[in-house]
Ligand binder design. Structure first.
Ligand code: G3P
Ligand code: MG
Length: 245
């Protein structure tokens, strides 16, 4: 059955990439969480989508220019609703501590395609390994060189390149070159033969960001390994219906 990853947590209901969004995703029936990681000025992995805090906080400026202590002063929820004003930026460590107490799968997206964040791969990989969560984690990124670094650091770490349209001529060859075990493509570039071919090559596919029930259903029928969605509740309901039919 297709695994449901909540994109930035329950992005449809809560402020993205907050502990509230992650906890809500679990309540809504997600099987896993997708989240985005940057590094602070003092090298701490924190969970936020953009390079700056402008869109999703009450502050402004680049994440890389904030120390952990100063970025923690910002509200990451007040932009969405007063109800979430107490949400602060989660550190990866905080998230891992919580997720370890659940059976959720983890998709850590390294947001190092604009700023390289020197040493990020090692810090993030060590954190996941030390918590004993490596088997539950897949590392993705638009920075494929960075994924190759992770593979070289530990060949047990599962990586999957994020691919905006169009796909490489042979996603299979591309994965082999990178040491990746699957791909995370844009959902509009996926079709049934592609999924079959990946599976025949023991590779996984987890398309993003699938928010329309029509495409959720297609991917489930095509046996996609997973899908990444802002609406985990919608995908979970659909999955239940398909199981019963
Ligand atoms: O990991 C899937 C998806 O999150 C990639 O795009 O911009 O939402 O991080 P973005
Ligand atoms: Mg992402």
């Amino acid at each position: 059955m297709t695994i449901i990853y909540a994109h930035r947590g329950s992005n449809g209901q809560c402020p993205e990439n907050t502990m509230a969004a992650f906890k809500q995703a679990l309540k809504e029936g997600a099987d896993g969480i997708e989240l985005d990681v940057h590094l602070t000025k003092d090298g701490v992995p924190v969970i936020i989508h953009d390079e700056t805090v402008d869109r999703t906080s009450n502050g402004n400026g680049f994440v890389k220019d904030y120390t952990l202590n100063s970025i923690k002063q910002l509200s990451m929820g007040s932009w969405k609703s007063h109800q979430y004003r107490a949400e602060t930026i989660p550190t990866l460590e905080e998230f891992l501590e919580w997720v370890a107490s659940t059976s959720l799968l983890i998709n850590i997206e390294l947001k190092n395609n604009i700023f390289a964040y020197k040493g990020m791969e090692k810090v993030v990989l060590n954190m996941v390994t030390e918590r004993g969560l490596l088997k539950r984690t897949v590392f993705s990124s638009f920075n494929h060189e960075s994924l190759y670094k992770i593979h070289l650091l530990n060949t047990d770490a599962e990586t999957a390149p994020l691919l905006a349209k169009p796909l490489p001529i042979s996603p299979m060859d591309y994965c082999r070159e990178l040491g990746a075990r699957g791909i995370h493509p844009h959902y509009r570039s996926v079709n049934s033969p592609l999924i079959s071919e990946l599976h025949a090559n023991h590779l996984s596919i987890r398309p993003y960001t699938v928010n329309l029930p029509h495409f959720m259903r297609l991917l489930m029928e095509w046996n996609s390994d997973a899908l990444i969605t802002d609406y985990p509740w919608m995908a979970a309901n659909l999955k239940k219906q398909l199981k019963q039919s």
